[in-house]
Ligand binder design. Structure first.
Ligand code: 5GP
Ligand code: ZN
Length: 113
């Protein structure tokens, strides 16, 4: 089944890339829900957080550290920001390729919707 994030990795779907390493991409979300809305995902296809295990520990920490670095580069570190991973149907995951959202530039609220 076609995966849009794998298509972005392969260069077959256009996107605004913010950063790329050998292991991950950081892109602008197509439908931003905040003034800053980035997505970070591994180049390799893993469907969701629950499909990760100890073998993916380095990749998961890389995703978090790149999230932090991206937020700093966008000047969000002083105001604050939110990093979100949606998992499965009840978690609101719509793209079945593991990714983290970075949201910033407006006040976040709790509990989330
Ligand atoms: P999820 O709901 O799975 O946590 O988040 C998926 C995100 O991917 C959504 O915020 C959605 O706007 C974004 N998205 C879906 N398709 C594309 C696409 O083709 N390009 C980009 N840049 N973002 C996408
Ligand atoms: Zn994929």
């Amino acid at each position: 089944m076609e995966c849009v994030f794998c298509e972005i990795v392969a260069g077959r779907v256009e996107t605004d890339k913010v950063y790329e390493s050998d292991d991950v991409l950081v892109i602008q979300d197509l439908n931003p829900v905040a003034p800053v809305h980035l997505l970070i995902f591994p180049r390799s296809h893993v469907a969701k957080l629950s499909a990760m295990d100890e073998e993916n520990a380095d990749l998961l920490s890389h995703v978090m550290l790149i999230a932090k670095r991206s937020a700093i580069e966008l000047g969000l570190d002083k105001s604050g920001y939110r990093v979100v991973i949606n998992e499965g149907a009840m978690g609101g995951q719509t793209v079945q390729h593991f990714h983290a959202h970075i949201l910033g530039g407006r006040q976040m609220h709790w509990p989330p919707g």
